[in-house]
Write a protein that binds this ligand. Structure first.
Ligand code: SF4
Ligand code: SF4
Length: 421
């Protein structure tokens, strides 16, 4: 049904602009009050969540008119869902879902962005969303890991494109593997056979490519016999846990982010972080581990006759409150010497790192601008380092820091755990 299924939601928008900001109760000052990078940067209503659903409703009514300006609005959105969470603080309506369907429609109608087309062409050729240099499993050399395509494993570690191929971030895969080895977990990797989760293709609007990747991945999972999949990439986490479920492809697979898995291993005494890591940190919630990592809700119901917005049974909205927020924080608190200070925009109100929705490829300048805003917020806490739980965030923050010349350090949570073990 595509965009049409959200007609009622889009028409419900009262143009209050709450989707532009974090809720008033959470605001500490004007500097960190914005929720939406797009409206914050472009300062014109159409760039906000509300503006986007207004456009969707108007186009359903009057026909689709793809102007350059419209496509600039479409491809300058991180698809990070902060708008929906802020809107849903008071309203019951879908915001990100129609924005996502609008993007899928743009792609289906052939109104794509050249930079994103290039990334997708790479995906179709190599199975990766980043330039594929060397082999996907090269990072695992010398670690003696189980090959999940040949042996049965309890846990499949899905590494992800960036962590597999980018020489600067392969350290995250190695740290993760060493932590799991230390804990004695029966896990394996798919090595060179691993392929992209498809999550980033979905955010960019390429639904068919996403589905293709999802089917390949689930066939691989079945072959491995794994009942649990662990990943350190927030995009991968959302894809396997939420998007595959949305499309009824996940089955009974249990999907855990590495921070959840490590938290479990620390709680049951399997892992004991004993070495002191003297560091004051602030934690960045990746959008797709936090508000967008919330389970999909398979609601079926219908509108109450005669009423436009009342459903029977009542519709359950995903408000971002059930994302993965405490496990990474608990892991950080369990590391001796680590002191955690929070930023203003945390958990479901976290500010995006900038890389979502393919913005890192479609508009690198906007991507970096968004990351720099987060770095300013992290610095305002007085912390020495920003810790995150997704390689895309870590990469963006490193680039923002390099350009702004700040001395803030950046870590992924697995790097600190590895130091402490
Ligand atoms: S999307 Fe929601 S918060 Fe934004 S203007 Fe519309 S009703 Fe208000
Ligand atoms: S998805 Fe993110 S960037 Fe796009 S309108 Fe919503 S808050 Fe703004």
């Amino acid at each position: 049904m595509g965009l049409e299924q959200y007609k009622g939601d889009m028409e419900m928008c009262c143009r209050c602009s709450a989707c532009k900001f974090i809720p008033m109760q959470k605001v500490n000052g004007s500097q960190f009050s914005y929720a939406c990078p797009s409206i914050s940067r472009y300062n014109f209503h159409s760039y906000s969540g509300g503006g986007r659903v207004n456009i969707g409703a108007a186009m359903l009514k009057n026909g689709f008119n793809y102007t350059d300006k419209l496509l600039h609005i479409v491809y300058n959105c991180q698809m990070d869902g902060a708008c929906g969470v802020s809107c849903n603080y008071a309203m019951d309506m879908e915001v990100l879902q129609p924005i996502q369907e609008f993007r899928i429609k743009c792609v289906q109608d052939g109104h794509t962005h050249p930079a994103l087309d290039k990334v997708i062409a790479g995906l179709r050729k190599t199975g990766a969303m980043v330039p594929a240099q060397g082999k996907r499993g090269d990072w695992a050399a010398g670690l003696d890991l189980k090959d999940a395509t040949k042996e049965k494993v309890d846990v499949l570690y899905h590494v992800g494109c960036l962590t597999s191929y980018d020489k600067d971030y392969q350290k995250l895969a190695r740290a993760t593997a060493k932590i799991l080895q230390k804990a004695g977990v029966d896990f394996g990797i798919a090595g060179n056979t691993e392929t992209c989760c498809g999550g980033r293709a979905y955010q960019m609007g390429y639904e068919a490519d996403f589905l293709n990747q999802a089917k390949k991945n689930m066939a691989m999972v079945k072959k491995s016999g794994a009942k649990t999949l662990v990943t350190g990439c927030a995009d991968g986490y959302q894809a396997f846990k939420v998007l595959y479920d949305k499309y009824d492809l996940k089955g009974s697979l249990k999907v855990l982010h590495i921070s959840e898995y490590i938290d479990k291993l620390i709680r049951d005494g399997t892992l004991k972080p004993r070495k002191k890591v003297n560091l004051s940190v602030t934690y960045h919630d990746p959008c797709r581990l936090g508000r967008l990592g919330e389970s999909w809700v398979h609601w079926t119901g219908k509108k109450v006759p005669g009423d436009k917005f009342v459903f029977d049974p009542p519709k359950e909205y995903r408000r971002g409150t059930k994302g993965v927020y405490e496990p990474p924080r608990d892991v950080l608190r369990s590391i001796p010497g680590v002191k955690l200070t929070e930023m203003t925009r945390i958990k479901e109100y976290s500010w995006c790192c900038g890389a979502g929705g393919g913005v890192n490829d479609s508009n690198p300048d906007f991507n970096l601008w968004t990351a720099k805003k987060r770095i300013e917020e992290a610095i305002s806490t007085g912390a020495e380092a920003i810790v995150t739980a997704c390689p895309w965030c870590e990469k963006n923050f490193n680039e923002a820091i390099k350009e702004s010349g700040s001395g803030l350090k950046v870590y992924d949570i697995v790097e600190l755990v590895e130091k402490a073990l």
